[in-house]
Design a protein around this ligand. Structure first.
Ligand code: B1M
Length: 211
């Protein structure tokens, strides 16, 4: 089995303790961190999602897979980020109300930080008022990112954007949305300024929006 396949299998089956060794070996063998992330770990989470949908595994297995993935992301972080000093501005990010998924949001935050932004991460299940408050207390913030992974939490995107509109702060910030069920069409519907399909795209769009 190739090292990438072994990492994929370890994430899929939630073998958190194996991840460090496997990633170190993969890097020593010359695999790129971005390949380990995309082909090893993100693909593993898609398989987990498919198996969950088909009833082949359940929430506890999804959770242990997520823990293994997080361990791997922590290890890869130094290889994925540029360590660029913050200068592009402040980016407030969070997973919307009702939604606890944070792996994708954390990857987006990491890539955006690496693109030179100061990132304020509000975490998961973030109520619209918390986004509004965070923008208020950070007048230097011109970009806000909303992550949603569930079709049931997609309305929270619109609720959050409406709350920012009603607070009178909408002119201060550009809003980017993303997450597995989100598309450009949905971004347009909820009144966002931008949609990004993945973390690398989110970082380049953030730079464009800040320019
Ligand atoms: Co959940 N879950 N989950 N889950 N989970 C999904 C999302 C699901 C698609 C699985 C499935 O059925 N196939 C499904 C949603 C179905 C739907 O809504 N249509 C689902 C469900 C149903 C649920 C529960 C309701 C299950 C239950 O309790 N019965 C429950 C909901 C809890 C809640 O949030 N209230 C639940 C719970 C969980 C866990 C807690 C067990 C765990 C999350 C742990 C954690 O995040 N800390 C979990 C997991 C792990 C998943 C899957 C398997 C993997 C998600 C993930 O981390 N992917 C997921 C299946 C799947 O996505 N295929 C699933 C890897 C990650 C790197 O990708 O998050 O898509 P992603 O992020 C990408 C892009 O989307 C984008 O960039 C990222 C990096 O490239 N992106 C942005 C994300 N945010 C962005 C923001 C941006 C721009 C881009 O701008 C701001």
């Amino acid at each position: 089995m190739s090292k990438i396949a072994a990492i994929q299998s370890a994430v899929e089956t939630g073998k958190k303790k194996l991840i460090r060794g496997l990633i170190e070996e993969a890097l020593q063998e010359g695999h790129q961190a971005v390949d380990i992330l995309n082909k090893g770990m993100i693909d593993a989470m898609s398989i987990v999602g498919d198996k969950f949908k088909n009833g082949e595994l359940f929430v506890p297995e999804m959770l242990v897979a997520a823990r293994a993935m997080k361990e791997g992301v922590e290890l890869l972080k130094p290889f994925l980020t540029s360590g660029q000093a913050s200068s592009s501005g402040t980016f407030i990010i969070g997973t919307v109300e009702g939604d606890l998924h944070d792996i994708g949001k954390n990857l987006v935050a990491m890539m955006i930080e690496s693109a030179g932004f100061k990132v304020i991460d509000l975490g998961v299940d973030v109520a619209p008022e918390r986004f509004v408050e965070a923008i208020k207390v950070n007048p230097d913030c011109h970009l806000v990112g909303l992550s949603a992974l569930l079709t049931t939490t997609m309305p929270s995107l619109e609720k959050t954007i409406n709350a920012i509109n009603e607070s009178g702060l909408r002119n201060q910030v550009k809003i980017m949305v993303g997450g597995a069920p989100i598309s450009q069409e949905i971004a347009d519907e909820v009144g966002a300024d931008a949609f990004a399909a993945d973390a690398a795209t989110a970082a380049s769009i953030a730079k464009e929006l800040a320019a």
